[in-house]
Ligand binder design. Structure first.
Ligand SMILES: NC(=O)c1ccc[n+]([C@@H]2O[C@H](COP(=O)([O-])OP(=O)(O)OC[C@H]3O[C@@H](n4cnc5c(N)ncnc54)[C@H](OP(=O)(O)O)[C@@H]3O)[C@@H](O)[C@H]2O)c1
Length: 300
């Protein structure tokens, strides 16, 4: 098996790497040597020729897991061309390459393909309507992939990703909580956090699943996040509670916290499909937050 993982320096890429190194997630037919991790140094998704060049020089892959993306949601509003290249056109190119190589493609997408006005957990079949550049380009990537690969790919939409790696809400709150006595956090955006290790676990479970390995399976979209429904405000309060940080959290509205990119209000997603088809573990958000924070504490 040759399994390519893009975005090796990102939260999800590093979480997959962590699990592979721990060696617990590999089945009898796989070894850690089967995984090839690449970052933008090796495979720059902002450049069509870099992508072609990389695959021209490499042996064929059996599975490509695309964890790389342009994820700076606010900055994206000003860098539309670059965001579109990385989140849409590069995905299209990867899908064409996967087709040529007869490789399976696992692509990661976002809850921001929805406008957040649904009022109940979004299913994979629900209407998409992204309200910012990031969401629009991620949706364009999904659509291009589905068109080019009607079979042999899966798209996993996730939300509010955090981990012990890189920059994320949990690490930002820990920093601000130590610097300030009180902090304002938006309380009218609802969703589910996702610990990147849980998603990494799910992806590694999926690629060894019989259902996934079968050839010519119709391409499917799945939703994956941790279990539970919270606001950013509640998330911040729990982070401070676990870390025993004495910082007051004030709930504010989205209107009181203007950002360059609009954010959807309620992007809660139903995980029934992924749970039913692949029986992956979906831990509760508080349990996973505790796990991540204990790792962060030990690393300090
Ligand atoms: N973060 C979230 O809250 C969230 C929510 C929903 C969905 N998602 C999706 O989940 C997936 C994983 O997200 P994440 O949080 O792990 O993202 P991340 O930590 O921002 O990592 C993304 C990685 O993509 C790489 N990348 C960016 N531009 C690239 C380029 N031109 N060429 C090659 N690599 C490039 C980055 O490389 P550098 O390290 O060199 O910058 C980074 O390592 C993405 O598809 C994202 O859209 C994320």
């Amino acid at each position: 098996m040759r399994i390519l993982v893009t975005g090796k320096n990102g939260q999800l890429g590093r979480s997959i790497h962590k699990l592979i190194n721990a060696d617990t997630k590999i089945d009898n037919n796989q070894s850690s040597n089967d995984f090839i991790f690449v970052g933008r140094e090796e495979l720059d998704l902002s450049s069509e020729s870099s992508i072609s060049h990389y695959f021209d020089r490499s042996n064929k892959f059996d599975v490509i897991i695309n964890c790389a993306a342009y994820t700076a949601v606010d900055k994206a509003e000003k860098e539309q061309e670059l965001v579109n290249q990385v989140n849409h056109l590069a995905v299209k190119q990867l899908a064409n390459i996967a087709n040529e190589q007869k490789a399976k493609l696992v692509h990661v997408s976002t809850d921001y393909v929805f406008d957040g006005t649904g009022g109940k957990p979004y299913k994979e079949t629900d209407k998409t309507n992204p309200i910012n550049v990031y969401g629009k380009t991620k949706l364009a990537g999904e659509k291009a992939l589905q068109e080019i690969m009607p079979t042999d790919a899966i798209i996993i939409r996730t939300s509010w990703l955090y981990s012990e790696f890189g920059n994320n809400f949990v690490k930002t709150m820990l920093r601000l909580g130590k610097e300030r006595d009180e902090i304002n956090v938006v309380s009218d955006q609802i969703g589910s956090p996702t610990y990147a290790t849980d998603l990494a676990n799910a992806i590694l479970e999926i690629i060894k699943n019989k259902e996934f390995k079968e050839i010519s399976q119709t391409t499917q979209i799945y939703h994956y996040s941790n279990e539970g429904e919270i606001s950013w405000y509640e998330f911040a309060k729990e982070i401070f509670k676990i870390a025993e940080i004495n910082c007051k959290v004030n709930p504010i509205t989205t209107q009181q916290y203007p950002t360059p990119a609009r954010r959807p209000k309620n992007t809660l997603m139903s995980k029934d499909k992924i749970a039913e088809i692949f029986s992956v573990k979906i831990p509760d958000w508080k349990e996973s937050l505790n796990t991540c924070m204990s790792i962060l504490k030990n690393n300090l």
